[in-house]
Structures are given as structure tokens and as C-alpha cells.
Design a protein around this ligand. Structure first.
Ligand SMILES: Nc1ncnc2c1ncn2[C@@H]1O[C@H](COP(=O)(O)OP(=O)(O)OP(=O)(O)O)[C@@H](O)[C@H]1O
Ligand SMILES: [Mg+2]
Length: 426
């Protein structure tokens, strides 16, 4: 009998487990890369799954597009879990109870990965290159970073991926850009995702040896992405429509301001569940009874009690995406009887602090590498949030419009991770 080898069979896998979206890249033995076809919404096909799990009271746990379909069919009777990646670095959050069963973060990620693996019919694969942000959301130091990676590794192992190499997400995206080049370039990859923005300054092209560490001149990242833009829209237009800056009569009949911390919890979808504790529910009852702006407070109460957080956040995200194409859009949420106009110029002002943060990190990446903006040949802007015009404008202001390249916004990272898997494992 021939000895077992550790060399995996093709395809070589690249997993982009994103805050919002997940894709799986597959490299064949000859190095050609494609994206794994996945079941999409309503029986269609797709290459990108929303990073969600749905715990159905009857049908068990579903991942990705089928999970959203089921959620819609059952009108949200079960529990939908998303943004798991945003918790990975957190020491405070480690588990949640769903229908009486305790789920650790690792077990949630593992469950999602098993669903992905089955859907993509790569059930035998043990090896994978897996993306990681330069900086995990909420990570403050090396301990937080190690915690996030340790959790990812445990989840991957539980899902059957026992031989895993992590790669920076923007380095993977650089491979996607490089695959189309016939000459070498110095590229700044700027990956604007849902949770984080990640940058790498890399020399790429046909004459750069695969995996050459000296080709990476710098990396940087910050916990700013599309979720932060959504949070700004919630603050500016949604929170007032849900009773922020209004008052109520408290138990003693005194007119009191509705506490603003309630609205801070609205900003992030994954913080909304914190409003369901007994104390807050009692406060909401009180607000409802004494509200001086009852229509608005009623909406706040319904978001919490009727689990309309997802519907609300979807409307917010849709309005943000509409503003990428049009100067004005409507934020509509029928469940809450919301019809709010949003315009691009004020939106760009709301997100200016985030864009300043992005600018500062890019500046530091260049500075540490001793590279001037003029020396960068191309800026490859990728990730869903790179479609926001104000994001692109910040890049063109520094590097010049002619240097901006884009494309494959939702799949460049998975593609590059699979290409990297081929380099490492083939
Ligand atoms: N047309 C658009 N205009 C504005 N934002 C968009 C558009 N399309 C997608 N987005 C946003 O892009 C984000 C998702 O991008 P992407 O899939 O690259 O993130 P991710 O990989 O899941 O997250 P991360 O890389 O931070 O883990 C979401 O916030 C989404 O709302
Ligand atoms: Mg991403």
C-alpha cells in the first residue's frame, strides 16, 4: 500500500468569512480559480451568501440564503443570527442561548461553515486558506486578536477544516487584482467591508514570486465599514422617528426625556437583543404609557417586542445602497410605517468622521512604508462599501481618479484566498 500523503486533492479552498457576506473560492490543480456556486434566494444560484444562521423551531439550523428564505417564510418565528464576526475579538461575549440551548461563538461559526461546506459540496476538504481582517472589529490589542483567531481556528476545526492557514483579506484581494496584470505594479488594496476596512500596500505582478513577504510593504485596518455607515443613518433619520429627543410622563407624572442610550442600542443590529432584558422591557412599558409622542415611541416598542430589528436594518441598508446610485432615496419600512427621505449630501456629512479615520489609516500605511501617494501605481478598491461614492472620492483625492480600479467587490477576497491555497498546498 502506498503511504498516505498530506497533499490535498484539488480543489484548493479559500474561505472569505465576512461580517456581512461569505464566499468560497475554489482553485483547480492547474491553478485556475472559480467561485463555488451556492444555493441562492428563492431557488436561484449565487456565489455570495449572507453570513447568517436561522434557527427554525421545526426545521433545525440553516445557513446563508436558504436561512433567509426560511426566515421570510416563517415570518421570523425562529432566531436569525448575523454579524457573528463582529463578536470574535470580544472577551465579554462568548455564548448565547437559542431555544434553550447554549451556543458558543465558535459553535455558531462552525455551524455556518458546515452549511457552507455542504452547500458547496466540498465535504471532503480538510485544507483551506481563510481570510482575516488586518484588525478584527472591536480588537484593542494582541490578546483580542489572538482570541478572534483562536475562535476561528476552533470553529474551522469543528467544521472539518483541520489544516488552515490565515491570510490577510486585502492581501488576498491583491492576488485577484494581480491575476489580470501583465506587468508589475505597486498597488494599494483598499477593502471596505461590512465590519472593517483593510489595507495593504503590495508589489504585485508576473515577476513577483508567490508569497514573497518582501512584496508586502505595509498593512493597516480599522473597525469601520458599511455597518458604521448604517449606524449613522439610524442616528440621523431613524432614531428621531422612533422617539429620540421626545419626552414622557414618568411614574410620578413628571415630564422626563426619553433616555438616549436606548437609541445607541439601535445602531447595531447585533446590539438590539440587549434591549430585551426585563428592566428595559419595563422601561419601554412606562414609555408607552406616558409618551408625549406616542406614535414614535410605539415604533421603538414594536422594534424591540416584535423583533423588527432585522426589517429595520434591511431598510436602512437598502437606502444606503440606493444612495450609491442616486442623489436621493427613500428609507421605507412598512412594518413600522416608516417612509423617510434620505439625501446623499447629508449622508456624506454623517459619515465624514468614518472617512477621516480611513484617510488617517491609509496615510499611516504609506508613511510607515516610506511610500508617497504618487509612487502608488493603482488603488484597487474592493468590498461592498467601496461602492459608496464618498469612499471613492477620498481615494481619488489622495491618489488621483485615474489610479482607481475596482470590480469583484463581493468576491475578490475569496478568489484570492483560493489562489493562495493553490500556491501553498498544490
Ligand atoms: N451598492 C452599495 N452601496 C453601498 N454599500 C454597499 C453596496 N453594496 C454593498 N454594500 C455594503 O457593503 C457591505 C458588505 O460588503 P462586503 O461583503 O465586502 O463585507 P464583508 O466581507 O462581509 O465584511 P468584512 O470584510 O468587514 O468582514 C455592507 O455594509 C453592505 O451594505
Ligand atoms: Mg470582506
Amino acid at each position: 500500500m502506498r503511504p498516505m500523503t498530506t497533499r490535498p486533492d484539488a480543489p484548493f479552498l479559500g474561505i472569505d468569512f465576512g461580517t456581512t457576506n461569505t464566499s468560497l473560492g475554489l482553485a483547480a490543480a492547474d491553478g485556475s480559480v472559480r467561485l463555488a456556486p451556492l444555493p441562492g434566494r428563492g431557488g436561484g444560484a449565487t456565489t455570495t451568501w449572507r453570513t447568517v444562521l436561522y434557527f427554525d423551531p421545526d426545521a433545525g439550523v440553516l445557513a446563508g440564503a436558504p436561512a433567509i428564505d426560511r426566515y421570510a417564510e416563517t415570518e421570523g418565528e425562529g432566531r436569525l443570527i448575523q454579524s457573528v464576526k463582529s463578536h470574535l475579538a470580544s472577551a465579554a461575549f462568548s455564548r448565547t442561548v437559542i431555544f434553550g440551548k447554549t451556543w458558543t461563538l465558535e459553535s455558531l461559526v462552525a455551524q455556518f461553515l458546515r452549511g457552507l461546506r455542504t452547500a458547496a459540496t466540498v465535504t471532503d476538504a480538510r485544507h483551506a486558506v481563510v481570510g482575516r481582517p488586518v484588525r478584527y472589529w472591536g480588537s484593542r490589542d494582541e490578546d483580542d486578536d489572538a482570541r478572534a483567531l483562536g475562535r476561528m481556528r476552533a470553529a474551522l476545526a469543528a467544521a472539518g477544516f483541520t489544516d488552515v492557514v490565515f491570510e490577510f483579506e486585502p492581501i488576498a484581494a491583491a492576488l485577484r487584482y494581480a491575476s489580470k496584470l501583465d506587468h508589475d505594479e505597486l498597488v494599494l488594496v483598499a477593502d471596505f467591508g461590512g465590519g472593517t476596512s483593510d489595507f495593504s500596500l503590495v508589489r504585485v505582478g508576473p515577476h513577483v514570486a508567490p508569497g514573497d513577504p518582501s512584496a508586502i510593504l505595509g498593512t493597516g485596518g480599522l473597525a469601520v465599514g458599511g455597518d458604521a455607515f448604517d449606524a449613522r443613518i439610524i442616528d440621523a433619520v431613524v432614531a428621531p422617528a422612533l422617539g429620540r429627543d421626545t419626552s414622557y410622563r414618568d411614574a410620578f407624572g413628571a415630564v422626563t426625556a426619553v433616555p438616549t442610550w436606548l437609541f445607541a442600542r439601535l445602531r447595531r443590529w447585533h446590539h438590539l437583543s440587549f434591549l430585551k432584558d426585563a428592566d428595559t422591557l419595563r422601561l419601554l412599558d412606562r414609555l408607552e404609557q406616558g409618551a408625549l409622542a406616542p406614535d414614535r415611541i410605539q415604533r421603538l416598542v414594536r422594534v424591540v417586542k416584535e423583533d423588527l430589528g432585522l426589517a429595520l436594518h434591511q431598510s436602512v441598508e437598502a437606502s444606503k445602497q440606493a444612495l450609491s446610485g442616486d442623489a436621493a432615496a427613500q428609507l421605507t419600512c412598512a412594518d413600522l410605517d416608516l417612509l423617510l427621505p434620505v439625501q446623499r449630501p447629508p449622508f456624506e456629512e454623517w459619515i465624514a468622521p468614518e472617512l477621516d479615520g480611513v484617510d488617517a489609516v491609509i496615510g499611516r500605511v504609506l508613511e510607515r512604508a516610506g511610500v508617497a501617494a504618487a509612487d502608488v501605481d493603482t488603488v484597487f478598491a474592493t468590498g461592498g462599501s467601496s461602492l459608496v461614492p464618498a469612499v471613492r472620492r477620498r481615494l481619488s483625492a489622495r491618489f488621483g481618479e485615474a489610479k482607481l480600479a475596482g470590480g469583484d467587490e463581493l468576491t475578490s477576497v475569496a478568489w484570492g484566498l483560493a489562489a493562495r491555497a493553490h500556491q501553498l498546498f498544490a
